[in-house]
Design a binder for this molecule. Structure first.
Ligand code: ZN
Length: 347
């Protein structure tokens, strides 16, 4: 049985370890990928730190990693439309194909969703086996680094496209990697003005390189007035929260003009208190929850935006490590005092 090295959560405790495990089997509906590049998500950080969310969801032993690019090395007997050598981006949400949502073109919110690197073996390893339905084939213009970023970039493209940002003023709250991708996606999809809001000046600095038109300090006591000044004082058209921060979410909703759209993506640690009458009903605002990527409308759109040059996620890559140096890579990813965007890992 061939073996490989993998970054694993071996036990229900802080940290990860490098383990030698069997190369995963390629089932009849699967493709076996040789991992070319991976990137670290905030979710990996939660699993590494073993916080209360991770303790409730993760069942060790588990190979981490769900932002993965790999080359096809083996195809299951029932797989067609793919070939050995194709560069694949992994759609990390594996749908059941049978539930109500799956039958209604909403596979990303499947009732029986299995997430790669969360519910089943991830790709911080030399090989990864996934159902062929979740293998997105890239064109020749896409490098493996960029291919690894399409999963998180897809969240942003999905958020911006569902919010219909063309011609609109948009504020993005939280400018970590997810927020930075969202700024780029909003600009690519024709938002006329994108305002970046964050309490971290390093994040705001990076927001400029992703195309933000205006930077606002999230801790500024006049933040609400500044946001409301858009559209002649009527407020913003769209606000997108990528932070999960309670104060940011409330500000993001209340700074919208009447009829504006709030997009919720960042996951808050607890309930959010709103005045539903004033904040939503009487102001005619819309609240839109975004998770994952539409399969595969988001992927098609993202590919067109990248290939046409309208969307370039490359500036967000700030660090590269060998997978063997995972501990150092995750330490850098967790730091808040440096200019850290996406950290790419290679086996
Ligand atoms: Zn389903």
């Amino acid at each position: 049985m061939p073996t490989m090295r993998a970054v694993m959560k071996k036990e229900a405790a802080l940290g990860t370890s490098h383990q030698t495990v069997d190369v995963p089997k390629c089932g009849p509906d699967d493709v076996l990928l040789k991992v070319k590049a991976a990137s670290i998500c905030g979710t990996d950080l939660h699993i590494y730190k073993w916080d209360s969310w991770a303790q409730g969801v993760i069942k060790p032993p588990l190979i981490l990693g769900h932002e993965i690019a790999g080359e096809v090395v083996e195809l299951g007997g029932r797989v067609d439309g793919l070939a050995v050598g194709d560069l694949i981006s992994v759609e990390s949400h594996i749908p059941c194909g049978k539930c109500y949502q799956c039958r209604h073109d909403l596979r990303h919110i499947c009732d029986n969703l299995q997430i790669v690197g969360v519910h089943r073996a991830g790709g911080f390893a030399e090989y990864l086996s996934i159902p062929a339905v979740c293998a997105w084939k890239n064109g020749p213009a896409i490098t493996s680094d960029i291919a690894a970023l399409l999963e998180p970039l897809g969240n942003a493209v999905y958020a911006a496209s569902e919010a219909q940002v063309a011609g609109q003023n948009v504020a993005v709250f939280g400018c970590g990697p997810a927020g930075l991708f969202t700024i780029a996606a909003c600009k690519a999809l024709g938002a006329v003005k994108v305002i970046a809001v964050d309490v971290n000046p390093k994040h705001l600095e990076m927001a400029t390189s992703m195309g933000a038109d205006e930077l606002l300090d999230g801790a500024d006591p006049t933040l609400m007035e500044r946001l409301e000044s858009h559209r002649g004082g009527a407020g913003l058209d769209i606000s997108i929260d990528m932070s999960g921060n309670h104060k940011a979410i409330v500000t993001a909703i209340r700074s919208l003009r009447k009829g504006g759209t709030f997009v919720a993506f960042g996951i808050p640690p607890g309930p959010i208190e709103l005045n539903l009458a004033n904040d939503v009903i009487l102001t005619g605002r819309r609240i839109l929850g975004i998770v994952g990527r539409h399969m595969f409308r988001t992927w098609e759109l993202m590919q067109r935006l990248i290939e046409s040059g309208k969307l370039n996620p490359a500036p967000i890559i700030t660090h590269r490590y060998k997978m063997a140096d995972f501990d150092e890579a995750i330490r850098v990813r967790a730091s808040t005092d440096a200019r850290v965007g996406k950290v790419i890992l290679t086996p």
